[in-house]
Every structure is written in C-alpha cells, then in structure tokens.
Write a protein that binds this ligand. Structure first.
Ligand code: NAI
Length: 475
C-alpha cells in the first residue's frame, strides 16, 4: 500500500465488531481498509479473551464431568496437567480462527494494515506501521478500537505476579495461590480455570454479590459450586493495598465486613472492569465527544458527534460484549454505506461461561423490582428435567418473566450447563414479541434442556404436567 491512500471506509480495530463492520461494508460495495495494531486479526475476543478463555473453560468443565463419573461407577486415574499441550490446544484454535479472518478479508478485497491509527482531523488519520507512517483520508470511519483491563489503585503496575485477563490467559504457570480481585465475569471464569488446574483461588468482591447485573437466585447454584472449588469468596470486601515481596509473592490487605486481613498470594488477577481504548486515537484532533466515563457518545445509527465517523463495541460503553459489537458493527457499516439501519435490538444477552453457566436476557427481577416494572414469572427447576438429571445438572433453573397484561416475554434467566446456548430462544421470543402461548404451542424436543424454557412458560400459564402446582385458592 502507498504512503497516502483514500478509502471509502476505514475501520479501526479488527475485533468481532471491527471485522463485521469491514466485511459488511465491503459486501455492500465499498472500498474498505481495516487497521489493527495487532498483526493477528480478531481483536481481544479472539486472541486474548472469549475464545482462549472458553477453550480453557472447556477443559475445566470436562474435568468436573469426569469427577461426577467417578460417583456413578466410571473412574479414571487423577489428571496430569501438561501446560504446554494445553497452551498449544488453545493457540491452535486461536490461530485457526484468526487466519480465517485474514482469508475472509482477502476474499472480500478488504485491505488490512498493521499499525496504530491516530486521527489528524475529521477526515484523515495516520497509521504508524513498522515501515513508516501511512496517511489515510476517508469518506467514513468506523472506530472499533475496544477496551483494556482497568487496574486498581494501590497495586503496582507491570509486576509479573499481577495478572490481567490477557496475561492470565497466557497460562505461563499455575500458581499455588491466586487472589482474584473482582467477582465479575472475567474473575469467575478465569478463577475457575485456575482452580481446575490446581490453584487455590480466593475471590474478593466489592459488592455483596457475585456477577453484578444477574439475579441472586440465578447466581446461587454457581456460587454453591464455586464455594466448594475456591478457597474463599470474600463479598462486600475491598482490597486496600497490594505489595510485592522479595520473592515476587504479593502481600494483600483486604478490608472485609468484619476485619482487615493481611494475606499472601503467589499471583493476583485484577478483573475489576475494562476501560475504553481512546488514548492512542488522538480524538482531540476531531470533534468526537466523550461521555463522563470516557466512552465515545453515539446515536442509534452508531454515529458519533462527527457525521462521517461512527463508533461501535466496547469503546461506546456497556455492555462490553462481542455479540453487541458485531451487531453494532453491521449497523454502522450499513448506515455508512447509505442503507437504512439502526441499533434497535430489544435485548442483548449476557452469558458467564463458568460451570454451571449463567445466562440472562431482557428484564431481570432485580431491575423490575428496583424500577417498579410490573411482571409475573414462571420458573422451572431442573431437578424435574430428565435431561438435566442425566447430566448431573439438577441444580439448574430456567426462569421467564412475563408482562402481566400482554403475557409477552420480558426477560429470562437460566443457570446450568449450556445456559448460554439455551438463552437464544428467549432472545428470539423477546425480539419477536412472543407471548406465553407462542412458547406453549411450540413443540420442544424431549429429552432436552431446551424443554425447560417451555416448562417455565407452562408453569406460568398453569398448563404444566411435569410438575404438580396446586391451583391458586385451592381446589
Ligand atoms: P465486570 O464488570 O464483569 O466485574 C468487575 C467486578 O469487580 C464487579 O463485580 C465489581 O463490583 C468488582 N470490583 C470493582 N472494583 C473492585 C475492587 N477494588 N475490589 C473488589 N472488587 C471490585 O468486569 P470484568 O469481569 O473485568 O469484565 C470486563 C468486561 O468484559 C465486562 O463488561 C464483561 O461483560 C466483559 N466480558 C464478558 C465475558 C462474557 O461475556 N462471558 C467474558 C469476559 C469479559
């Protein structure tokens, strides 16, 4: 590529939002350049996030299943952990998918450029590559530059024993003791990986419950499992300081509800949220506006305050989820290419890929209660599901919230294996405005976990036959 280039659309970032935007725009006939500072396409999600962490969580889940088999008459000798092979397995999946994105880019004539993009104006940017700077002028730009792990105050920066999700996924070793700061999605997923591989894991969470945003009853089976797997879970607790010792262990002072504890760990994983990657973009040279948390402000067309610049994904704010970024990326590409589109999805699902998995979409009960939103619910305990009992998932649960007037689905939450796969039916129900009868009249295959969505709806409509629920007010 020459040192000066004009393109119809330049996309900054090649994560699930960026490449979806670039490919959609190319499919709509635009000349597209996709810039990423990382030579491996796919962004954090593919290279250092969702995909490698789920590859490791798969191992963790199968190990739990093997444990269960030993209770039902099938035993194997204990696991031997070969970290090098585990890393190779994870890296093979990542490089296959990343290579796939490069091939898809080539097939569509999307040019890719490895370097750091910096704005010079509302219509021009400069990309610093290994072989010098390239000036890119553009008709439209889509910023999909993502986010980076936030750090806590009171912890040293760049210490080898302090892990972020990125370094934790490198799996350089399995520490004997690991403290996870932040009992959110990343903390629990990676905490579970390390616990399965042999670390003694403790979690400290600022709030009174794990996984903020999810209902307590849905988190309960996960918390029960984690309290057996983890050394300790300290809720309503705060890390005051993290100090390195000579041997690289970390001394941590934790303020719990009852006392100030001084504890020593081999490693500490900081998973207290993520911050938008705005710093390198030099947004000051544009008229792009940020909100008070530093996220780029966009409208429903993913347009920033500059009419030819769009932004999508983590950099525009929560929820910071790959599937939200992909959807927004397609909207931005379509609008930028002159097609009618808007970000008007009714609901965005959340999934925690622990064992058991937790997933929810739309209205939660805690949101309904705090916002005074009227709702009614149907719940189906997996203890009554044949499939759940077969796979040792009797602790699971499916809950569906309905509008008391229209009987339409307002939200759903599931805990149990494959909850992340099962929640898609609830997403479709919300998007389509389905009511309880639409679900009740849909034949679900038996025996499956998918039936539990039907069953929860039948509990609500009073048509369930797999449970006995005495009629209200007696016979
Ligand atoms: P998070 O927001 O899910 O959880 C952070 C937790 O840390 C919160 O519970 C918060 O109360 C706690 N916290 C904050 N400061 C603290 C302190 N000083 N001491 C103790 N606790 C503290 O953030 P997380 O887990 O870092 O994930 C970042 C983003 O990445 C999230 O937006 C998440 O949605 C996304 N993500 C999603 C995944 C998925 O969909 N499965 C997987 C990984 C990340």
């Amino acid at each position: 590529m020459s040192k000066k280039e004009h393109v119809d659309i330049v996309v900054i970032g090649s994560g699930p939002g960026g490449y979806a935007a670039a490919f959609r725009a190319a499919d709509l006939g635009k000349k597209v350049l996709m810039v990423d500072r990382d030579a491996d396409l796919g962004g954090v999600c593919l290279n250092r996030g969702c995909i490698p962490s789920k590859a490791l969580l798969h191992i963790s889940k199968v190990m739990n299943e093997v444990d269960h088999l030993s209770n039902i008459g099938v035993s194997f000798s204990g696991p031997t952990i070969d970290l090098e092979s585990i890393r190779a397995y994870k890296e093979k999946i990542v490089s296959k998918l990343s290579g796939g994105i490069s091939q898809l880019a080539k097939a569509r004539n999307v040019t890719t450029l490895c370097g750091v993009a910096t704005f010079e104006s509302n219509t021009q940017l400069s990309v610093k590559t290994q072989s010098g700077d390239t000036k890119v002028s553009f008709d439209k730009c889509i910023i999909a530059a993502g986010s980076t792990s936030s750090m806590i105050q009171g912890a040293p920066k760049d210490h080898p024993s302090i892990l972020t999700s990125r370094t934790a996924l490198e799996l350089n070793d399995v520490p004997e003791t690991l403290l996870v700061i932040g009992g959110g999605v990343i903390g629990l997923e990676l905490g579970q990986v390390y616990a399965s591989l042999g670390s003694r894991v403790s979690v400290v969470e600022f709030l009174p419950g794990l996984i903020p945003g999810a209902d307590d009853d849905i988190i309960k089976p996960l918390q029960r499992h984690l309290s057996k797997q983890f050394e300790s879970i300290m809720l309503s607790s705060k890390v005051v300081s993290v100090s390195p010792k000579e041997n690289n262990d970390l001394e941590v002072i934790i303020d719990t509800k009852d006392e100030k504890k001084e504890m020593t760990f081999n490693k500490v994983l900081v998973s207290v949220g993520r911050s938008p990657n705005c710093a390198l973009l030099n947004l000051e040279s544009t008229d792009i506006k940020l909100d008070s948390d530093g996220f780029i402000i966009v409208d429903e067309y993913q347009k920033t305050s500059v009419k030819n610049i769009f932004a999508i994904g983590d950099i525009v704010g929560n929820p910071m989820l790959a599937h939200k970024a992909t959807h927004e990326g397609k909207v931005a590409a379509e609008v930028a290419s002159g097609h009618p589109a808007a970000m008007d999805a009714r609901a965005i699902p959340s999934v925690v890929y622990t064992d058991p998995e937790v997933a929810w979409v739309g209205l939660t009960e805690s949101e309904a209660k705090s916002g005074g939103v009227p709702y009614e619910k149907g719940e189906f305990p997996w203890a009554a599901s044949g499939k759940a009992l077969i796979i040792n998932a009797g602790q699971g649960k499916t809950k569906v919230l309905f509008d008391p007037e229209t009987k339409q689905v307002l939200g759903a939450a599931i805990v149990g294996p494959s909850a992340g796969d099962l929640i898609s039916e609830a997403c479709l129900a919300i998007e389509m405005g389905s009511d309880v009868d639409d679900i009740g009249l849909t034949i679900h295959p038996h025996p499956t976990l998918g039936e539990t969505f039907l069953a929860a709806s039948e509990v609500y409509s009073g048509t369930i036959t797999d449970l006995y629920i005495p009629p209200k007010g007696g016979k």
